[in-house]
Design a protein around this ligand. Sequence first.
Ligand SMILES: [Zn+2]
Length: 421
Amino acid sequence: MGKGKLMKYELDVSNRLKNLMQLAAPITVADIEASIKRFVLNNREVETYADSTGYDLIYDGERYPPKAIFGLALSSILDEQIHSYHFTGGLGSECFKVLTRLNFEIVSKVGRPIKELGLTPESKFPKETRKTKRPMIIGDIPGIREGHYFKDRKEMMPSSFHRVWTSGIDGNGKQGTAAIVLSGGYSDDADYGDEIVYTGAGGNKEGKQVGDQTWLQPGNAGLLTSMDQGLAVRVIRGHQHKSPYSPKSGYSYAGLYRVVDAWQEVGNEGFRICRYRLVYSDENPDRIPSDNTNLEYLKKTNERRAGSILRLVRDTKISKSIKKLYAHQCQVCGTAIRTKNGFYSEGAHIKPLGRPHDGDDSVDNLLCLCPNHHVMFDKGMFSVDDDFTFLGDAEGRLIVHPNHHINLENFKYHRSSHGYD
Ligand SMILES: [Zn+2]
């Protein structure tokens, strides 16, 4: 998205185009017609533009969303992708002025032409009706770099940087999470710079936990989706968040992070909370790591990355020994997967490595699993009781070799992390 390319335009603090009328001056009738054709060819979809809510552009008896059509034309003449959040639409907007100047007809959704509505632009329209739902944008937003300072939450709205005032998480289970704000609302949050342990949403009143959190809460579900799909999440630190990395006032953009782990635990205030581990994505090559200890940690986490899928598959001496012990047979289903160069299995840590879990990389914390059961186990779809019987989405008992001594505390930790205890 517009990375490293010289912009032909300037954006203001709200990420809106400066001098829009000037930029749009070269747009001709033919440009608009070409945009309409492109729009139709594109199945009437343009990235970041929602369908029109209040008005339609009429062309050849058909209705089109004026803002998207104008945006396509502007993108074409500037040879840059101009997004919906770069300018406003609606009555009295510069976008509408350009279209009507070119003699295109714009009508309200109820069918009356603008001229007949007899309204002075904007004045008779309550603010709510002019508002359109801002699109969710995953990843970087052009013009807003790491370290960007926001005076307040309101400043994050026009660019869709973080679209909800009242919640720390801008996300949902369907689309994932675009951004989170750390604002000191949860006493359980922990910030190590390049690694953040974040508490989910829900059950919180004025900074105090008064009830349990669930994975069904939209923001919490959104972070799970981001983890499953390897989507980058924008992290924003607020001045209220107690961390050496927080700004003294306002909010600062900490960069893109990835969600690498999710679990439940009982928080400081005695309620069940959803927790996530986020690690810095390394998307900014110029970035100075937060401090030396984190630098070392970062190296460790780097080793675990495999493309956009962030599941940890370690092959240490210890995991090799456990795979050998079981001859690559999954301890859940007994399958050993045959590949071109021998059998394949994965060493699965019962209590995860890394903060805040700090599980041991040792045989008593490892299982030999097939990839499917590894994923299911890491995501807590099943767990194991002290007598090795399965809980959740697995039936029967764990296969345990007589020489494999598992520390039962680790299963206990896994059970409580995933709601089995
Ligand atoms: Zn299996």
